[in-house]
Design a protein around this ligand. Structure first.
Ligand code: ADP
Ligand code: MG
Length: 632
């Protein structure tokens, strides 16, 4: 095909030569991306001819549809990527495959340091486009004919500083990129490998890709990008299959968001909310998996800034024509366009969730169960922006309802005189329900929200209020339930602390010393004798536990021990104060009751031996007395 008389030798632009040197010597592990790059170029060429033919119908010569063909020639160890797209003229070949035209690419080359390791790393994050062919080939030939022109040309190079251009022949417009594979790159002749790579990176290229090995022809994709179809043209089954493919999941999508944004920025998103919670949802990396496509070409599934971390349960793709294709992942992260896409997607997802919560509240609870804890991270991460919307999406277990409730429902049911949204938090719903601190609220019929996600400890202090009502933990601070008009006639009355109880409290304080912050009469207990609460302004007890678990806090915060004045045991102890010989018993009782309160909190008793000893002694005394009674 080559006419040697017309062959011309040309040198690569200096930047290209430099780039090629690195590419050729790269031991880069994802060499396979060369195929993505060549397929992407082929698909672009088809797109461009499709576009040009709109105004120049004579260009749409071939009656065959657009197609990308991968041809394997095993004996000659060649892999060829062909397309029937727009093709390249002689000048195009020189310019496109001899210089770096794109600003993104030149910026990348300028970023090369000369330090092989660092540069390799950069290349890894960067599509080097056509030149990536030299990662696997020691010679690349390009046969191309521009649509609308009669001549074809052959571009050829070993990637070492020079390339040649010669006239050639090609039946129809289009391009063949012939890779003469390097020693050791034979896997790219194997059909399983090619299939795998195409499936991985190019499955959704909107041009059919066909693999030819010898007489065998097989399609590798169906040539359509599902997300670019109109909603009405996509069936539920297709959405589902696509979801399973992109998410590597086996469940059903719970919610499908197929959304096209047009205007200053253009993008199409096909996003899914799974119906099952993936195992890695709470991995520390908090990565989302949504794939970024530029014009139907897969770029990355690791573009952090595409979505906030608190929406990482989403799966799917986002495709935009507005980003340069050869943009490095690093450059992507700082791209202002991405910030806009992210804002648009976030708004869209929240509004879809809001709609779903309204239309099908029961199904929404299933979503909330899976991903609520994740969504709540948005309450303190994206501060004011989406706070109200997310708060309205929140559901809480409540002492006032069998089903999780919304904050609005809670507020509607608030009692006269109640101005706070009361909460209690802990890991276990059952244990929370049995908390002594809830007793006074139960007696008054005041609802308390039970928070069981660790994240609750973080958003509540930062959010503070909802619709003017403060979130208030029932395990922290002094309580004044008196101002709330309760349901029951005989509200628990803390009233004034009687003098005798005052004496008992003084005695307890003396006995417990540094172990507690304070001892006081409780307004929140009806059945239990004692409970622990955090002092106003101190860390709530659960947060403290969490922080200690994560070694963020090494010493325990002192708590307030509250006594229930109405409890028979406390009454007894009160009677005993001041009696002769009672002080040592009262001292023991103080320690025992403190330990009991700790146990009720689910906290370990700090000195189990002492606890066991005191309990034993106390039981013995009790038993001796019962025996006396029995005898008497
Ligand atoms: P990019 O695709 O980002 O422009 P590449 O290095 O992949 O960068 O390709 C450089 C240029 O070469 C392309 O912009 C295109 O003009 C041209 N080109 C590459 N492959 C083909 C092809 N198969 N058909 C037509 N033009 C091509
Ligand atoms: Mg390209």
């Amino acid at each position: 095909m080559t006419d040697t008389l017309t062959e011309e030798k040309l040198t690569f632009q200096a930047e290209v030569a430099r780039l090629l040197e690195i590419v050729a010597h790269s031991l880069y592990s994802e060499k396979e991306i060369f195929l993505r790059e060549l397929i992407s170029n082929a698909a672009d060429a088809c797109d461009r001819l499709r576009y040009e033919a709109q105004t120049r119908p004579e260009l749409a010569t071939s009656d065959q549809p657009f197609k990308i063909t991968l041809t394997v020639d095993k004996p000659n160890r060649q892999l060829t990527v062909s397309d029937n797209g727009v093709g390249m003229s002689r000048d195009d070949l020189v310019k496109n495959l001899g210089t770096i035209a794109r600003s993104g690419t030149s910026a990348f080359v300028k970023g090369l340091t000369g330090d092989a390791k660092k540069d390799l790393n950069l290349i890894g994050q960067f599509g080097v486009g056509f030149y990536s062919a030299f990662m696997v080939a020691d010679r690349v030939e390009v046969f191309s004919r521009r649509a609308g022109e009669a001549e074809a040309y052959r571009w050829s190079s070993d990637g070492k500083g020079e390339f040649t251009i010669a006239t050639a022949e090609r039946e129809a417009p289009g391009t063949d990129v012939v890779l003469h594979l390097k020693e050791g790159e034979d896997e790219f002749l194997a059909d399983y490998k090619i299939k795998e790579v195409v499936r991985r990176y190019s499955d959704h290229v909107p041009v059919p890709i066909e693999l030819r090995i010898g007489p065998n022809k097989q399609p590798l994709n169906d040539g359509s990008a599902l997300w670019h179809k109109v909603k009405s043209e996509v069936t539920e089954a297709q959405y589902k299959e696509f979801y399973r493919h992109v998410a590597h999941a086996m469940d059903e999508p719970w919610l499908i968001i197929h959304h096209r944004a047009e205007g200053t920025i253009e993008y199409t998103a096909l996003l899914f909310v799974p119906s099952a919670r993936p195992l890695d949802l709470f991995n520390p990396d908090r990565r989302h998996r949504v794939k970024l496509y530029l014009k139907r070409v897969f770029i990355t599934d690791d573009c952090k800034d595409l979505l906030p971390a608190w929406l990482r349960f989403l799966q799917g793709v986002v495709d935009t024509p507005d980003l340069p294709l050869n943009v490095s992942r690093e450059l992507l992260q700082k791209n202002p366009l991405l910030a806009k896409i992210r804002a648009g997607l976030t708004r869209k997802v929240l509004s879809e969730l809001t709609r779903k919560a309204k239309d099908d509240p029961d199904a929404y609870l299933g979503f909330w169960e899976n991903f609520g804890a994740c969504l709540k991270e948005g309450l303190y991460e994206d501060k004011d922006e989406h706070r109200t919307e997310i708060l309205k999406l929140c559901r809480f277990h409540s002492t006032g309802s069998d089903k999780p409730v919304t904050l609005d429902e809670y507020i509607q049911r608030m009692k006269e005189g109640q101005d706070a949204i009361y909460t209690i938090s802990g890991d276990d719903l059952g244990a929370l329900r049995a908390s002594p601190q809830l007793e006074g609220f139960a007696a008054k019929g005041v609802e308390v929200l039970m928070l069981t996600d660790a994240v609750d400890e973080f958003w509540m202090p930062s959010v503070g209020t909802y619709e003017g009502r403060t979130f208030k933990s029932v395990t922290r601070g002094a309580l004044d339930l008196d101002t709330i008009k309760g349901e029951s006639k005989d509200d628990p009355k803390p009233a004034e602390t009687p003098a005798a109880l005052g004496a008992l409290i003084v005695l307890f304080k003396l006995a417990l010393g540094e172990e507690v912050k304070d001892v006081r009469a409780s307004a929140r207990l009806t059945d239990s004798a004692v409970c622990l609460v955090a002092a106003d302004g101190d860390l709530d007890m659960r947060l403290e536990r969490l922080l200690r678990q994560h070694k963020q806090l090494d010493k325990a915060v002192k708590r307030v021990l509250e006594l229930n004045p109405a409890h028979p045991l406390v009454k007894k102890l009160t009677e005993m104060t001041g009696k002769e010989g009672a002080s040592s018993v009262l001292e023991e009782a103080a320690h025992l009751l403190l330990d009991q309160a700790r146990l009720l909190e689910g906290e370990p008793v700090p000195d189990p031996r002492a606890f066991a000893k005191r309990l034993g002694a106390m039981m013995e005394r009790g038993l001796t007395r019962s025996i006396h009674h029995a005898k008497g």
